[in-house]
Each structure stands twice: as C-alpha cells, then as structure tokens.
Design a protein around this ligand. Structure first.
Ligand code: DGJ
Length: 556
C-alpha cells in the first residue's frame, strides 16, 4: 500500500515536472508578428536560426557523426535534417521513432537545435519517400497522370488514401515529438519537401479534370483578388496560369490538412519549402508546378492556414534574382525564412541581405561531410575553404544572435550584401546615415571587392549609438542631410576625412566619440578595447576576422 502511494506521489511529481517543462520552463517555439515584423520566439525571446541542412541521406546512425562534425565546424546553432516516411512507417500503422530519438539525443549533446523535415507524400515533387507498401499499390496511392493519361513520378493531391495515411503518420510523429521534447530541441517542422510536380502542370485524372472545369472556389478568388462571372472555371479566371493555380490549390489543400492535424497535436511552427520559379520570367512549364511559388503564395495562405511560413529554397545565385526572391517572400502575411540555399562560398554574403529583410533563419543545404561527389567539402576537422565563409558568418553572429533577432524584431537593424555593380550602399537611421563601401583603399574611391563577398550589419542602439559588424567592407557614418547637401567634405583631420552635411544652413561634422571593439559573452557585448587613430580615421574597416564594434557618435 505504502509502495503504491510512493509510486503515485512520484508519478504525480514527475508529471508535474513534465508539465512545468512543457508549460513554463521551455515554452513551445512560435512565430510572432509585431508591426509587420516577425520573430521566431525560442524560450520566450527572439531567436535567429543559423542553420545548416544535412544531405538527404544523412539521417542514419552511420552517417550522423559526419553531420555533427560539420555542424561544429560551421558554428551552426540549428541542424535541419529529414525524417523519412519510409523509415518511420515500414509497415502500415507501425511507427519507428528511433531515428527521431537519436537525432534529438545527439543534438542535445552538441547543444544545437533541430528543424525536422517531414519527407512524406512529396519530396522534390516525387513520391520517393512513401513507404514500400504504398509504392507497391499505385492504384490506391495514386500518382498524378499527365495529359496522355500516363502515370507521372509524382503523387496525386486527389489521392484520399495517401492523404489519410500521411495524416496518420504525421500526427503520430508530432505526438511523439511533443512527448519526448520538453526541452524544445525541435524549433520547427517542415511539412513535405518541395511539393509540386515536374513535367506536367497538373493532375489530368478524371476527378481533377472535373474540378478544373467547375467553378473556382470563392476563397481562391478572394485570395487572388479576382472577380469572375458566376461559376467561372479555372481556365476562364486564370488564363495561362490556370493549371499551375489549380495544382497549387489542390496541393495546398492536401498539405493544409496534414499541417492542421499535426498542429492540433503539437503546435510547433510549421512551414513548407518552395522550389522556385525564375522571379523575373517564370512561365508555367519552366518550374515545378503546384508548390508555393511566388505567383501562388496567396492560394497557399488561404488553403493551408496551419502553415506558418512559405519559405523559398534559393539556389539562384545572381544578386538581382536572389534579392528579388527574398522580397517576394517577405510579406505582411509571411515571415522571411530561408530553409535551403546554396552553400557555395560566394552565397554566404546573402545571409546579411536576408537579415536586412528580417529573416528568422537561414540554412545552406548539404553542408555535411557525407558527399562523395564533392571531395573538396569532405575534410572533417581540417580547414575547409568551402565551408569557411558560412563558418565565418556563424562564428561572428552566433554569440550575438539573440540581440540581432531582437533588434530586427524592433525594427532597429539593417544589413546588406555587396552587389556586383554597387561599390557603396547607404543605410538610413534617423539623423544618421551608415555608408557601407567595398574595396576602397585609405582615402581612395570604393571600387567593389574583386569578387562580391562584402557584407555589413548596422543596428541602432540609441540616438547616437550603433552596433556595427561585417566582412570585407568599410562602414562610416554621416549626419543625415538632404541628398544634395550631404558630402564627404574634405575637412582633413590628421590623415582622415570627416563626413559632413549641411543641415539647416550649418555644416555638421561627424566625430567618433568612442569606438569600442568587443566580443559577445553569454549574449552580452563586452568592450575589449577602444579603437582610434588609424583604426577609425578612414572609417571602420572589416576584413575576414570576426569583429564587432559599438560606436558612439556626435557632431561638431
Ligand atoms: C532541394 C531539395 O529540397 C533538397 O532536398 C535537395 O534535393 C536539394 N534541392 C538539391 O540537392
């Protein structure tokens, strides 16, 4: 009897602890919006995800060590890694949680967070991660069929049996996460992977054809801001975009049901990732149809409200396209989050451009040591030129990421990446302008770096105080005059020049009151020394070292 009581008391206190852990100690991560800006809240405060995504086939006991060593080298604070439906439900209705458990346990040992990618019905438009028992029954778990009535290598969004099976598997996965992750190691879950279909614009099954000619649902008309005659079908309303809009509607509805069932079980932030279309000339047929491409974001928002973020996988490397894509996904109703991007060295600078659009996270793809077709990327524990630019970013930003996320959420931060044709860029902060230049020598004209690798971040801490960091750039401050009035006047002080502006008929000249170089310890800026003389007379120079400055300004 006594033993039973002790057991009961123990059980009650354990469940109390579990409740405490789930309810108070570590609140469930969430995405919040304030004045049109977003933050990913982790442990109750804005968090900047500095991530790396593992290769597709890396989530196995044999390969995980090659993932962790890369994560460590990169100073990433989050690993994005898949959960494979085929491994998770090898027999129908029998779920294997071992892979989830081992990733979580190992992530905790490495002190990093995790984003889990549900490779379910869709993976890059295919059904390749469906369990064998589904692959062997294409009658029941139907494929898309093309115009000629042939099965395509893509799952049909009208296959009710597939949807039911995915909902069962995904909710079981989320239920398990809720039970085993009171620490909130998992920050977000990606639902499916690059949904959509290649090589045909939509499903041409009899059921799909019937819906295609039926009236476009009112919520789609409203979301896409279309007015149409009563009963107008997809072709009439959307013209050349009819097929891609229809396929997006069908897939978003399917994924929306999975997301909402999963969220009801455990309300973690959920997102879907997009294989992009060319942001300047994305004609139907030139991209994967049906996923959350920029032209159908509003359809996805309307049909899949349980999805918090529609997120671009950015592999376009020219600066204009990269910036354009970010602009298209940074919307009032959508936080910018980049779950995949090229891990190539020159792309590392785009993290700063993404910060300039308040990204909540950034994660280059395939940065582990498992690839055999890229031997230059596979040198665990040795200097690695391929990984270094990303490692440089994360080493610098990791210790200050809470401040960056908070300042960005408060609208006090601006950041940018060097563009090929712009050796100088200006950021406006009330009575100060921060002028960023690239590739200039002392007193000489900025010409841009030989390769565009510059990046800069400036945050306003007070009226006349800024946090400044970056790589391969120079930052200086000008009193904000009007465009015509502002000049870098050749008032020579010692060796340097003083940026000045004519304000209300009086010249105002910038002076540095104090330039502190410091380091972040436990998330707090510690001043290590004061820079002056050659280190400030020509502006504030940043090279390839991790340097953070706190700059106090005045005018005379
Ligand atoms: C985008 C996909 O989402 C990833 O899983 C991966 O296949 C990359 N493309 C390319 O390797």
């Amino acid at each position: 009897m006594k033993a039973m009581m002790i057991t009961a008391v123990l059980a009650a206190s354990i469940s109390g602890l579990a409740l405490q852990a789930q309810g108070t100690a570590h609140p469930i991560p969430r995405i919040v919006q304030q004045n049109g800006r977003y933050a990913l809240m982790v442990d109750g405060a804005p968090f900047l995800m500095l991530g790396a995504q593992a290769n597709n086939s890396s989530d196995w006991p044999a390969t995980l060590p090659k993932v962790w060593s890369a994560i460590e080298y990169l100073h990433a604070n989050t690993l994005e890694i898949p959960i494979y439906w085929e491994q998770f439900e090898p027999q129908q209705g029998q779920f294997d949680y071992s892979q989830i458990d081992s990733v979580l346990a190992q992530a905790r040992v490495h002190h990093v967070h995790v984003v889990l990618l549900w490779f379910g019905t869709w993976k890059n438009g295919s059904q390749h991660y469906m369990p064998e028992w589904m692959k062997l029954d294409p009658e029941r778990y139907a494929h898309v069929v093309n115009r000629n009535g042939e099965r395509v290598d893509s799952p049909s969004p009208f296959a009710q049996a597939s949807l039911d099976a995915d909902i069962r598997a995904f909710t079981s996965f989320m239920r398990h996460l809720k039970a085993v992750d009171p620490e909130r190691t998992v920050l977000m879950v990606q639902v499916e992977n690059e949904t959509g279909t290649w090589r045909t614009l939509r499903d041409y099954s009899a059921e799909a054809n019937k819906l295609f000619t039926a009236a476009v649902p009112d919520d789609v008309l409203k979301a896409m801001n279309k007015t149409a005659a009563n009963g107008a079908g997809w072709a009439e309303v959307f013209g050349t975009e009819a097929e891609v809009c229809f396929h997006a509607w069908a897939i978003a509805r399917y994924v929306g049901q999975i997301a909402s069932a999963g969220k009801a079980v455990y309300p973690l932030p959920l997102y879907v990732n997009a294989a992009l279309r060319d942001p300047f000339k994305g004609e139907p047929g030139t991209y994967e149809s049906g996923g959350p491409t920029d032209n159908v974001l509003s359809i996805w928002k309307a049909e899949a409200p349980a999805i918090d973020v529609l997120a671009p996988d950015i592999y376009l490397l020219d600066t204009k396209s990269y910036l354009k894509v970010m602009e298209l996904y940074h919307r009032q109703d959508n936080a910018l989050f980049i779950p995949e991007t090229a891990g190539t060295p020159h792309a590392a600078r785009f993290l700063f451009a993404a910060l300039g659009l308040q990204t909540i996270g950034y994660s280059p793809f395939g940065l582990d040591y498992t690839r055999t077709n890229h031997p230059e990327r596979m040198a665990p524990n040795e200097p690695n030129a391929f990984l270094d630019p990303t490692a440089q970013n994360y080493k610098l930003l990791g210790p200050m990421m809470r401040d960056i996320a908070r300042l960005n959420f408060e609208g006090k931060l601006q950041a940018l990446a060097e563009a090929e044709d712009q050796p100088g860029q200006t950021l406006h902060f009330g009575s100060w302008d921060a002028v960023v230049s690239y590739g200039g020598s002392r007193g000489g004209e900025a010409r841009g770096n030989a390769e565009p690798i510059g990046r800069a971040l400036v945050a306003q801490l007070g009226d006349n105080q800024f946090l400044v960091t970056g790589f391969h750039c120079r930052v200086d401050f000008h009193p904000a005059g009007t465009a015509q009035q502002q000049t870098t006047q050749a008032i020579v002080v010692g060796t340097g020049q003083t940026p000045s502006a004519l304000i209300d008929g009086k010249w105002q000249h910038r002076q540095f009151l104090r330039v502190e170089e410091g380091t972040y310890e436990n998330g707090v800026f510690q001043s290590d020394r004061i820079l002056n003389g050659d280190q400030t007379d020509w502006g504030l120079d940043f090279g390839s070292d991790s340097e953070v400055l706190r700059v106090s300004l005045a005018t005379y």
